[in-house]
Design a protein around this ligand. Structure first.
Ligand code: FAD
Length: 407
């Protein structure tokens, strides 16, 4: 008898952990498991802002996939998924034609949402992947090197970060650290560098408790970040951006824009192979798509309703990690012919935003935390993930430990 084939798309938080759980839960003669990812490494998306700002070491956050999966049990295919033909139960690959599946796990992550703002796609930089993060880091380095040669002391180097959600705030914090370093390295007066955060809403970190958001704003202001709240980026071009608020419009030029203002599920599947009314694919309690009982969607591609708010849970790594465990257990049940699947009940542990390397703010297990304690909490969360993924070897090889010795 042929073994059923499980195909997992994407080796980010959701996909790689589903694979790791399945290799423990299923016996090798129960199913064939195939993992497909663009690159032969897994990266921690939650740390991409550090690579983009040039403060984080990309070698630490990139983990070779073969280091964490059992290659005797799992077939890994390095390829780009171009689409899914759901009726034919096929995945279309960039190099390898098509691949059929009996069960599919969609975990292809996010893409930037630009809300149709003119020029953003063409001229703004975006944190989307490891490659895009490297591109931002290199661009910022070259901007400083070029600016150091500018003789006109009235000229400024302006970096605009669009969006004051989690990613925008964490990125602007790292950037503030990096700007000081780059100014020293290139002999540029810090007063000539503007670091602007532009946010359409009235405050930063909209989902945070107001006292923590206020703490984060003050901390970043001390680090030299200027905020423009209730202000939209109206358009972006090769020279800079036009901002719009109730006070009118302002052209900021020259300036480089890094857009972090929104994410949606990957359009390789969201809104193409499967309906995605608000940019993500709605899933049932067991994480399958209604009407497609052999297809699971997890991570940023999925919309899971939070019964308390009656809105989908915000897309986070924390959610993807928890979904991967339910998804793997439900797949195991299906393979074993059990019809009753487990409902997904996430136990949110809170979230902490970093504010550069030495400060942070957030809530952990219901407790508000800020400052060095928040930095420590964040390092523990990162380290816990490494432990779940690859046990003590991965944790001690790549974990963050210097924070534990903070004064
Ligand atoms: P991802 O982890 O993004 O993985 C998607 C995978 O699919 C990647 O490996 C990618 O290479 C691969 N892929 C994409 N397209 C294709 C294709 N066509 N073919 C083949 N492979 C493909 N969440 C938190 O909980 N806490 C945080 O502190 C936090 N900080 C963040 C900071 C930043 C800068 C960003 C960008 C996000 C942050 N998030 C945070 C959100 C979190 O990173 C995501 O919710 C999480 O990564 C979602 O996991 P995923 O498995 O859906 O996708």
């Amino acid at each position: 008898k042929q073994k059923p084939r499980i195909v997992i798309l994407g080796a980010g938080y959701g996909g790689i952990l589903t694979t790791v759980h399945l290799q423990k839960l299923l016996l090798s003669d129960e199913a064939e498991i195939i993992l497909i990812n663009k690159h032969d490494y897994h990266y921690q998306t939650t740390l991409l802002h550090e690579v983009a700002a040039g403060t984080g070491d990309e070698n630490r956050i990139c983990i070779p996939i073969k280091e964490v999966i059992d290659t005797q049990r799992i077939r890994f295919i390095k390829d780009t998924v171009l689409g899914v033909q759901k009726e034919e139960r096929q995945v279309i690959l960039s190099h390898g034609g098509t691949l059929t599946y009996d069960y599919l796990v969609v975990a292809l992550g996010f893409q930037s949402a630009t809300f149709g703002i003119p020029g953003i796609m063409e001229h703004a930089l975006m944190i989307r992947s490891m490659n895009s993060a490297r591109k931002i880091r290199n661009k910022i380095e070259s901007l400083f090197a070029d600016f150091a040669r500018v003789k006109d002391l009235k000229q400024t180097l302006t970096l605009i970060v669009g969006g004051a959600g989690f990613t925008g705030i964490e990125f602007v914090g790292e950037l503030a650290d990096k700007v000081s370093e780059l100014c020293k390295k290139h002999g540029v007066d810090r007063q000539r560098v503007r670091l602007l955060n532009v946010e359409g809403g009235p405050g930063i970190l909209g989902a945070f408790d107001p006292s923590l958001a206020a703490y984060a704003k003050e901390s970043l202001e001390r680090m030299g970040v200027e905020f423009r709240l209730s202000t939209r980026i109206k358009s972006v071009d090769a020279q800079g951006a036009i901002l719009a608020s109730d006070q009118g419009e302002e052209t900021i030029s020259p300036a480089t824009v890094i857009w972090t203002g929104g994410v949606q599920g990957n359009s390789v599947v969201c809104g193409t192979a499967f309906d995605a009314p608000r940019g993500r694919i709605p899933v049932e309690k067991d994480l399958r798509i209604k009407g497609y009982e052999n297809v699971f969607v997890i991570g940023d591609c999925s919309a899971v309703m939070d019964p308390q708010t009656e809105r989908p849970f915000p897309p986070t790594a924390q959610l993807a990690v928890m979904q991967s465990a339910t998804c793997a257990r439900n797949l195991t049940s299906l393979i074993r012919g059990e019809q009753r699947l487990e409902a997904f009940h996430p136990l949110m542990k809170g979230s902490v935003a970093s504010l550069g390397a030495h400060d942070g703010a957030g809530v952990i297990l219901g407790l508000k935390t800020r400052g060095k304690l928040a930095v420590l909490a964040k390092a523990i969360v990162d380290n816990r993930y490494l432990y779940i993924l690859g046990g003590p070897k991965l944790l001690f090889g790549r974990g963050k430990f210097t924070m534990y010795c903070m004064q």
